[in-house]
Design a protein around this ligand. Structure first.
Ligand code: SF4
Ligand code: MG
Length: 325
């Protein structure tokens, strides 16, 4: 059967005062109940790829090619009515900043119940019951009282839970989580990650978890795809990426952290900066930062080497075992 999410050769360019080649030939697939970590530093194209999956990109400024299928539906070809049904019911998204999802002028209960009424045609009474059920599901204490709370009346961690409740209210098949715990302090962060993991299991949904923090990916993901400069440079199981990374980018990061991958081990810690993305890649984009770079790395794009099921590496050294320090 076709995977639940099937992205093929997705390329996204933004036009305006300058052109940005934000995503350059990304292919990704995700099965039912899988949790995929999309790992990369800021500007690597993670969020843009996720936005394409929900078709949330600015229409007039983005040039998109390739294909995006979700649950058998062609997302890039959907009409507006199908799209608004699709968002929330098939795919939902949560963000670092709950303000992007929660409306400050309505209570949490009302926001959840309106979403349920709109998407499922539920009665006010059933929708309110669902809102309560959702607040309990995300372990908000005194849930019944919290139905009448406004977002600003909640703590950061509580708002994050309310946003999750809203995103999951119509039981989507897929949850896109874009750095949802990045702004939270460490204790709250781990609570939210554990909650997401539990909800994922209880509801059997698939999750794509976007993060720049390998330690966060370790808490929650089964599969990992590492992005750099709008391309996927390595995919594998979490164990493969953490224990036997092949691409110099994740390898450099893992070698430079004491425990391999402590929480807070950010991909930004590798010296150098990513390229400007003002043109499509004509060579290995990582070459300026790569300790193993050779003349051929800048002469042509490196091959995307398929090493096994779900295991791909974009590097001339993909098949050469290199000692990790
Ligand atoms: Fe480094 Fe060359 Fe591999 Fe790019 S292709 S990551 S420059 S070794
Ligand atoms: Mg982002």
């Amino acid at each position: 059967p076709a995977p639940l999410v099937d992205i093929r050769d997705l390329t996204i360019r933004f036009t305006g005062e300058r052109t940005v080649h934000a995503v350059n030939g990304v292919s990704l697939s995700l099965g039912e109940g899988e949790v995929l970590g999309l790992l990369g530093e800021s500007g690597s194209g993670k969020s843009v790829t996720m936005r394409a999956l929900m078709r949330l990109l600015p229409k007039r400024r983005s040039v998109i090619s390739g294909s995006v299928h979700v649950a058998g539906q062609d997302v890039l070809a959907m009409d507006d009515a199908t799209l608004s049904d699709f968002r929330g019911r098939t795919v939902s998204m949560i963000f670092q900043e709950p303000a992007l999802a929660l409306d400050p002028v309505y209570t949490i209960g009302r926001q959840i119940s309106e979403s349920v009424m709109r998407h499922e045609g539920a009665s006010q009474r059933d929708a309110t019951a669902r809102a309560l059920e959702m607040l309990e599901l995300v372990r908000i204490p005194s849930a019944k009282r919290r139905l009448d709370a406004y977002p600003h009346e909640m703590s950061g961690g509580m708002r994050q839970r309310a946003m999750i409740a809203l995103a999951l209210a119509c039981r989507p098949k897929i949850l896109l989580a874009d750095e949802p715990t990045t702004a939270l302090d460490a204790t709250v962060q781990i609570q939210i990650l554990l909650l997401l993991r539990e909800l994922q299991r209880e509801m059997g949904m698939s999750v794509i978890f976007v993060t720049h923090d390998i330690g966060v990916a370790i808490e929650i993901c089964d599969q990992v795809a590492v992005m750099y400069a709008g391309q996927i440079v390595e995919t594998g199981t979490l164990g493969e990426i953490v224990r036997t990374p092949r691409h110099p980018y994740p390898r450099g990061l893992l070698a430079s952290t004491v425990h391999g991958a402590a929480r807070g081990a950010r991909l930004e810690t590798i010296p150098g900066t990513p390229p400007s993305l003002d043109k499509a890649p004509v060579a290995c984009s990582f070459a300026p930062r790569c300790a193993y770079a050779q003349p051929r790395c800048t002469a042509a794009p490196p091959p995307y080497v398929h090493l096994g099921p779900g295991r791909d590496v974009r590097c001339i050294l993909a098949e050469t075992p290199v000692p990790v320090n």
